[in-house]
Design a protein around this ligand. Structure first.
Ligand code: ARG
Length: 589
């Protein structure tokens, strides 16, 4: 059907064609209701039909919503897309013609998985963000401090969002803004003199620097002068004194190298490793100067303070007494520099909700400084996680978390001896499933919710867990291996889809069709939970389909082939959803 409803793309989103058909039916009956306006009111997935319309939302004059609905139902003529309509008061429920639905959905998936211009699977993606630039910052741990759950969540959610924006057609630049600057590096420098070891630094920079930091902090508790030394050292760093920077530079490089390995295991990457140390002095100074000109800065015991009381955001120091820079001011300078460099349409910060005030303060300062792009900054926050620990104690390093996930999963898998013996690569497989478990647990609930970290719950094969998803994907992936007589499948046009008549087949097809909408919603809401829910629903539908839609035992080869196509499409879409969640779908386990 040729439609030109703005924002729709039936070649990528099969539901768009059906919603257009509903809109056309509405407009045919009510010419005063334009097609594009009618289209906006078409919902999916409500009980009562495949597509629903609530007449009151159109605010049509002349008749009551019930009467309008009755009129549309009476005027309805079945066509290639829509088979029937039922009216309940002011509501209309339209049903798609099954054969058209099945054909459109599976052909679209097939085309966009195997026959795209880019050569990459594209089902679920759209072009709504074309020409738009996103800068997104996530993970951003502090060198020489704990990698805490807040950083883990930021890493997981941030990676997801970067993927989602790309899937919605945006040009995305991802930044890891390391906490690699500040007085604590003066403290570590003092500590390194005493406790540092080049060897240990080589072996594991992150852990070693943390050890040094912990030790020197203890010393400083007993001896105040350690802090003075630290401040003095950091001041030299700020002044660009090369002799004060030489160690620091090495620590930073070694830490980044180590982090890169760990991120790679998590299937996480960044376009840019930046950090607080990389923010230019000039941009910070200019910002403070402009704040002074605007009269929002005052002196307080030698420090400069910006007053945001008017906005219920308190007061905040923007420049310390000794002239050294500060977290808030570095963020202001960094944002200005990023705009200069990227001219982004939007910039997102994925940071725990503990920093809500900080983010609100620096966004506010930027808008007071009248940067027009300040309104495009968004803080994507998230709740806390309780109880993340490893057997060794509280997990403080990303490294430990990944290892623990792998080990715990391995033990879990060993419990089923028979299955375990068949696993080809137990170490790698268990680590991948373990990481999947962590990610799924993290993205299952709304991001703003707090949750309690539980190894046993997240690594169980039962319930809506990561291992369950991986298992569903593995089982789908084994179909081709188990049915060599049916593959390769012929061209979509030659597959006898009219044999896919079972309600279960239709249910799966309908679910598959909801994926492109889910990808859009995930971007609009900055919410991974909808994609997790989609993947779980699909996996459940599939696992209840094995018995009703057998492939191997099916004597009618045509029928078996059509089912095979359905399952392979389901595998591709499940895989796409998992990859969107930054999970590597397994083919075997
Ligand atoms: N490194 C900071 C921390 O661990 C998080 C940085 C968040 N991003 C930002 N632009 N302030 O607390």
């Amino acid at each position: 059907m040729a439609t030109s409803i703005p924002g729709t793309d039936p070649a990528r989103n099969p539901f768009d064609a059906f919603r257009a058909a509903v809109a056309i039916a509405l407009n045919r009956s009510i010419p005063a209701l334009p097609i594009d306006k009618a289209y906006e009111g078409v919902d999916i997935g409500k009980k009562g039909g495949d597509f629903s319309v609530a007449m009151p939302r159109y605010r049509l004059a002349g008749k009551k919503p019930d009467e309008w609905a009755a009129q549309v139902a009476a005027d309805f003529v079945a066509d290639d897309h829509l088979e029937s309509v039922t009216q309940q008061g002011p509501f209309l429920y339209f049903n798609a013609r099954t054969e058209t639905l099945v054909k459109k959905v599976l052909t679209t998936i097939d085309d966009l998985t195997h026959r795209t211009e880019s050569g990459l699977p594209e089902y679920g993606t759209n072009k709504s963000g074309q020409g738009k630039k996103l800068v997104i910052e996530y993970s951003s741990p502090n060198i020489a401090k704990q990698f805490h759950v807040g950083h883990l969540r930021s890493t997981i959610i941030g990676t997801f969002l970067a993927n989602v924006y790309k899937a919605n057609g945006w040009d995305v630049t991802s930044i890891n803004y390391l906490g690699d600057w500040g007085k604590q590096f003066g403290l570590i420098a003092v500590g390194f003199e005493k406790y540092g070891s080049e060897e240990e630094l080589e072996r594991d920079a992150i852990k070693h620097l943390y050890d040094v930091y912990v030790k020197i902090n203890k010393d400083a508790e007993a001896d105040e002068t350690v802090h003075d030394q630290a401040r003095a050292h950091f001041k030299r760093m700020e002044e660009g004194d090369e002799s004060a920077l030489i160690h620091w530079r090495k620590w930073r490089e070694e830490s980044i190298a180590k982090y890169k390995e760990e991120y790679a295991r998590l299937n996480v990457a960044f376009d840019i490793y930046s950090g607080e140390s990389q923010v230019g002095k000039e941009s910070q100074e200019n910002a403070v100067k402009r704040m002074e000109e605007l009269g929002i800065v005052s002196d307080s015991a030698g420090a400069k303070v910006v007053d945001l009381e008017k906005y219920k955001l308190g007061k905040a120091v923007v420049r310390k007494k000794d002239g050294t820079s500060i977290y808030l001011t570095r963020d202001i300078g960094a944002a200005i520099e990023r705009y200069e460099k990227f001219k982004f349409d939007k910039m997102i910060y994925v940071v725990a909700s503990q920093q809500d005030l900080h983010l609100a303060q620096f966004f506010k300062v930027l808008s007071l400084l009248e940067y027009p792009w300040a309104s495009t900054l968004e803080h994507v926050n998230f709740g806390m996680v309780q109880g993340m620990s490893t057997r060794k104690g509280t997990a403080v390093f990303l490294d430990d978390i990944i290892r623990e996930a792998g080990n715990t999963m391995l033990e879990q898998m060993k419990k089923n001896e028979e299955k375990y013996a068949a696993v080809e690569n137990p170490e790698e497989t268990s680590q991948e499933i373990g990481i999947t478990g962590i990610k799924i647990q993290d993205m299952t609930a709304k991001r703003i919710n707090n949750y309690t970290f539980s190894w046993s719950r997240m690594l169980s094969f039962e319930g809506d867990t990561g291992p369950y998803l991986q298992y569903a994907h593995v089982r789908l992936s084994s179909m081709e291996r188990k049915n060599p007589n049916l593959v390769p499948l012929p061209e979509p046009a030659s597959i006898p889809i009219s044999t896919l008549t079972e309600p279960k087949a239709r249910e799966i097809v309908y679910l598959l069709a909801t994926y492109p909408d889910a990808v859009r919603t995930a971007q609009e809401k900055h919410e991974p939970s909808g994609i997790v829910l989609f993947a779980m629903r699909l996996s459940h539908a599939i696992s209840s389909a094995w018995e009703v839609l057998p492939v191997k035992g099916e004597k009618d080869e045509e029928k078996a082939r059509a089912r095979m196509w359905l399952f392979l499409c389901a595998r591709d879409v499940l895989g796409a959803a998992m990859r969107l969640l930054s999970i590597r779908p397994l083919e075997r386990m």
